[in-house]
Design a protein around this ligand. Structure first.
Ligand code: ADP
Ligand code: MG
Length: 719
């Protein structure tokens, strides 16, 4: 008998070697194996007759091998297989497929899957089909075990698994192995999902779900199977999301139960707020600040995400929160993901908060050691009221005398795990007496679709700035090939001559950093010397020394630099309202979110702004979609949705560094509705016990969550 927790090596057909290969894919236990779901299914119950195939359709055909062999064309070697059903013939071809030589024997049954085409002579063919040999040839005939196994391959809806090449773990291998694991599985314990939840979503039992997802009943809707929408899929997907949400919800409650600081909104606070505000806040800013102030007043620690598109005015809201803490006698830490952004915040803070006379320090990795020590001392002695910095705030041993509020900007760059680390740091610091938990405000410019925000930041409350400050004229965005760069420079010249400033941005991606950096530096020289000799042209990139970066930033901010040639280091946070033009070279190489962030650097003042996307060379299909989207809309949420679709959630957030949970069966794009439901249900369960959820059910769900899900999601660190 196998338990869910049994190591896979005890499953029939898995030896220590294969177990190792599986482990590398994250399949360690029987449970993992059973959650290795088919990525598609083949309808071998009603396979298509060759005669009824239509060009353009995806089809599964079961036919007999007639003949096969390879030949060369002038362009490449081709392997051809002719398969038949009675008199009907289907041609299959593969390119560069030497490995197929001798693979097919006449008379063998083969399942073929792919897109049907009709060639010029009217012959039906499938190019590069996926295939599976359904019998092992005459030698195996009469072998009862082989026969039984073959019955898993035809005459039914057949699951197709991603094969794992290394150990030759084919779909067929998975079918047999998973089947055997299912057959030998010990009986189920009680369902860990509370009954009321199951009823709300009409969930089937876990055992049935596992059977059906691997071995669907003949009557199952094929469309639902392919869309992962059968009752079996829904059960498994919901289960995964539900327990993650349960963990997040629990964590949120535990945080809330800790002792935080009950800041007071004293007359001094109000006076300071009025004194510093340089403009009328937008309705969205007012609402967000009110939500933040309410959290800060409460004795429970604040954990809030402030989400707002680029230019929506998050900074001032953050400064308002800082004022509340500082006027109450506490220190504030503001963390930015890059030195440049930290500096930018430092400038803004000096400009805006100077009026209130606060003591501020900047702490970044590139400071001289002596200076660092001095700054740290200021912080430790409570001298510094507002501390602005980068990672250095986490990495270096920085101790706050009286931490009250931590603001983390541009969250997507830090990643979830780092966020947790910072929160802990300020709480369980080495101070002699236990300090209350500081409040935490996380700011993100990534317009994360709401459902995703719910999962990724499910332990945070959410405030959204869904409105831009008044007086913005929409940015005009155009695409142009770099053959017409002369026209572009002419346009830039007009704008700059008119008193505005411009960015010229070059892509520098890590893989090619040296080369591309050289290109950017070379272009800077060319623009400065040949194209715009009459203007002051500056250069900013990540490899410059801190002072040089600061000088460039300061120069641009002060208007001394009129054209800033830059790499993507300006992507986040830089705020120079007089800059009205942005030229992005090789725009096709940037990701959509990045383009949007970059463009967010302009359109910040009252003057009309222009973004020119220059492309060089061939643009891929996805590249086209990105550029189109940029020209079509400036709405960050629309752009984020498309970006998410193009890249998938993992890449969208840079998963690996960001520590975002990677789901086993759920897919955050496809399963948004289930995610919402899971969130809702988890909150209701945690709020129990009550008439719907008994204490015993809640305990069982929590036990299960801890035992099986906690490790899988570092995010769910619940005690
Ligand atoms: P982001 O949300 O991208 O961090 P910022 O806080 O940098 O946006 O604000 C963008 C620009 O808008 C800044 O120049 C800021 O001074 C200005 N701004 C913010 N709020 C308002 C407002 N209510 N009215 C006018 N201008 C504003
Ligand atoms: Mg900002």
């Amino acid at each position: 008998m196998l338990e869910f927790s049994t190591p896979v090596k005890y499953v029939k057909g898995i030896g220590p070697k294969v177990a190792e290969v599986l482990a590398a894919k994250g399949i360690v236990t029987v449970d993992d194996l059973l959650h290795y779901l088919p990525f598609r299914y083949e309808d071998r119950l009603n396979p298509r007759g060759i005669a009824e195939l239509r060009p353009g359709e995806m089809a599964t055909v079961i036919a007999e091998v007639r003949n096969s062999g390879s030949f060369r064309t002038s362009r490449m070697p081709i392997f051809q297989l002719t398969a038949g059903q009675g008199r009907a013939r289907l041609r299959c071809i593969w390119f560069h497929a030497h490995y197929l030589q001798g693979k097919f024997k006449p008379g063998q049954l083969v399942a073929l899957y792919g897109k049907v085409e009709q060639d010029r002579d009217g012959v039906m063919q499938i190019v590069q089909p996926q295939f599976e040999l359904l019998d092992d040839g005459p030698e195996a005939e009469g072998d009862a075990a082989a026969k039984a196994a073959t019955s898993l391959e035809i005459g039914r809806i057949v699951p197709i698994y991603e094969s794992i090449g290394q150990a030759n773990l084919t779909p067929r291998w998975f079918r047999r192995t998973i089947r055997s694991a299912l057959e030998n599985l010990a009986p189920d314990g009680p369902d860990p999902i509370p009954k009321a939840v199951r009823e709300h979503l009409s969930l089937i039992s876990p055992r049935e779900a596992l059977w059906q997802v691997h071995w669907p009943d003949p009557g199952e809707s094929f469309a639902d199977l392919q869309a992962s929408r059968t009752p079996a899929h829904i059960r498994l997907i919901f289960e995964e999301l539900f327990f993650v949400e349960l963990g997040l919800e629990l964590k949120r409650r535990q945080l809330k139960a800790q002792t935080g600081i009950a800041f007071e909104l004293t007359p001094a606070v109000k006076a300071a707020l009025i004194k510093i505000l340089p403009f009328h806040p937008t309705a969205a800013q007012l609402r967000a600040f009110k939500e933040i102030a309410n959290d800060m007043k409460s004795a429970a620690p604040m954990r809030r995400l402030l989400q707002g598109d680029v230019g929506s005015g998050k900074t001032i809201v953050a400064f308002e929160a800082a004022i509340v803490a500082i006027e109450n006698g506490y220190q504030v830490a503001l963390m930015a993901p890059t030195e440049i952004l930290a500096q930018q915040h430092y400038f803004s803070a000096r400009k805006i908060l100077e009026k209130a006379g606060y003591r501020m320090v900047l702490l970044t990795g590139s400071l001289e050691n002596d200076r660092k020590r001095e700054v740290r001392r200021h912080i430790a002695q409570g001298n510094a009221q507002l501390v602005i910095g980068t990672h250095a705030l986490i990495e270096e041993k920085v101790e706050f005398a009286k931490p009250g509020l931590v603001i983390v900007d541009e969250q997507h760059r830090f990643g979830v795990m780092q966020r947790l680390k910072l929160m802990k740091k300020s709480g369980d610091g080495a101070q002699p007496e236990k300090q209350p938990e500081p409040d935490v405000l996380v700011m993100t410019a990534t317009p994360i679709p709401r459902t995703l925000a719910l999962t990724l930041y499910g332990d945070l409350d959410l405030s959204v700035l869904d409105e831009l400050p008044p007086g913005r004229t929409p940015i005009v965005t155009r695409r142009i090939t770099d053959e017409r760069s002369d026209e572009v420079w002419q346009f830039v010249r007009k704008q700059v001559a008119g008193g505005h400033q411009a960015y010229v941005v070059y892509p520098v991606i890590e893989e090619n950093e040296e080369l591309e950096l050289k290109a950017a530096i070379k272009m800077h020289r060319e623009l400065r010397q040949s194209v715009f000799p009459e203007f002051r042209v500056g250069l900013l990139h990540g490899r410059l020394a801190a002072e040089e970066k600061e000088a460039a930033m300061r120069g641009f901010q002060a208007g001394e630099i009129q054209i800033l040639v830059s790499t993507t280091v300006i992507e986040v946070g830089v705020d120079v309202p007089n800059a009205t033009v942005m030229v992005i070279e090789h725009a096709e190489r940037f990701g959509l979110a990045q383009l949007h962030q970059l463009r967010g650097r302009i359109g910040r003042g009252a003057a009309k702004s222009f973004c020119v996307l220059m492309t060089g060379g061939k643009v891929s299909e996805d590249g086209e979609r990105r550029l189109d989207a940029m020209v079509r809309t400036t709405d960050g949420f629309q752009i984020a949705e498309l970006d998410l679709e193009l890249r998938g959630p993992g890449e969208f957030f840079g998963t690996k560094q960001a520590g975002i949970p990677s789901f086993v069966v759920a897919n955050l794009i496809r399963d948004r509705q289930l995610l919402e439901a899971a969130k809702r249900e988890a909150a209701a369960v945690i709020a129990g016990p009550n008439a719907e959820y008994s204490q015993a059910e809640i305990d069982l769900a929590l036990r299960y969550m801890r035992a099986r899900w906690q490790n899988a999601y570092g995010l769910v660190e619940v005690g």
